[in-house]
Design a protein around this ligand. Sequence first.
Ligand code: AMP
Length: 509
Amino acid sequence: MEKLPPDTIVGIDLGTTNSCAAVATGGGQVKLIPHKGGEYTIPSIFAIDDKGHELIGHDAKRQWQLNPRNTLYATKRLIGRSPKDGIVETVQRSVQYRLHGGEHNDVELDCHGRTFQVQDVAAKILAKIRDVASDHLGFKVRRAVVTVPAYFTDRQRQGVKEAGRLIDLEVVRIINEPTAASLAYGIGRKLDERVLVYDLGGGTFDVSIIEIRDRVFEVKATGGDIFLGGIDFDDAVIRHVLEDFEKKHGIDLTGDPVAMQRVRDLAERTKIDLSARTEAPFSIPFITMTPQGQPLNMDLRFTRTLLEELTRGLVQRTLDIVEQVMAEARVERKDLDEVMLVGGQTRMPFVQQTLTHYFKKPPSKGVHPDEAVAIGAALYAWSLQDNSDLKLQLLDVIPMAIGLEAAGGAMHVVLPRNAPIPNAKALAATSSADNQSELMVRIFQGDRPDTSRNELLGEFVFGGVRPARAGSVRLEILFEVSIEGILTVSASDLDTGRQMKTTLRVTQS
Ligand code: AMP
């Protein structure tokens, strides 16, 4: 590969289950960056072994079965999330490591007697990808475009930026995964199309409707679920085999982390096998012992039909979201030129058949489902470089409403879901007490009518309000959302124009 300048920006697809990096070489040709073993993806897994060594990627995955308590995986779904709405309990049910609510309205993870914030783990994985890329490119990579699910909140995006800061990697731009995939599909093809990107990865589901007019990529609407992905398909298999085992032997394996990890591993492998064939054995020798000390095997046959029955509800959930996003973009099935599949789980024939049936045409084969996101990120990175001749216009949207808490905890929406970004909106507020010196607003993101069910982005305190009678100071609160979907809030005195001092009381991490 030709030598690239050391300030080259790489594209990173930081996935829930696998991550991948790519770089544009001169002229906008994109190359995926291989790992030592020649593979392009790195498992997004972090572990600490019994000797206290930190392991990341393939090394972490290799020892996963034997060290399930200290192997952290699928943590991306937890970045920037508060530990409410039963998130901790829900996730705890499907992972063998321990998690709990942290001090900063976040989720923390336990590993080998240490406690990690989710962005620490993201930072370790990012560092691994950065190091692999640096080894390959021959210079230390310092700048990257990183992709996130379109359905990530501001706080989750901040979490990814923070992960970059922790390892001195400048996250030059965050872009949405489906948008990145559409760049991989559309750049250089002089298109005039409306596409629907159906992105079902390891942990998250996103759908975006994007209009491509040559080099203008305009997202019309987006939606998704950050708790719907391949892992949930694995969980459906796991539930079935555990029930079967309990029925046959009267033994519940859920309390045995090593057995559970073996089941999880085989569940995923069987699910993947069943994309290529219609039947597969599900056998694990010596999974446990009877109370009398006799070894027991797990032994059943799985069919594609059974897998489809077990996961039909999950696929239906994705279709419900597709319908909702189409309604919001005001498009009908016939208005879509292409349906693009992204994410490993879209290889499942049932997913493809369901979509073919629904859209009355087969999905496009225009992009590689595992690589499109990293390639799109690299192309976008190239467009941001000084020496680039690729000029792109990306117009995206916010996935969920942003608003503030009104009386009684109601959500007062400032920017509605699917509002185009970048965007800014001003809101007037008045002082409510005599000589009030501070004004506090609590800002939330989410589509629920009451703030308690949305994500708290922060408690903003505006200080230095001029002393005056109640109601006589008029403030303007300005909400600005960047192209990355990141919010900045500021306030000024409408009469004097003076900027208020802004403090964020609930930190982002
Ligand atoms: P991604 O995040 O895009 O790498 O997607 C990873 C998810 O895709 C994991 O849950 C995998 O189990 C799943 N996956 C990968 N290949 C296949 C396949 N051939 N059939 C079904 N699922 C797959």
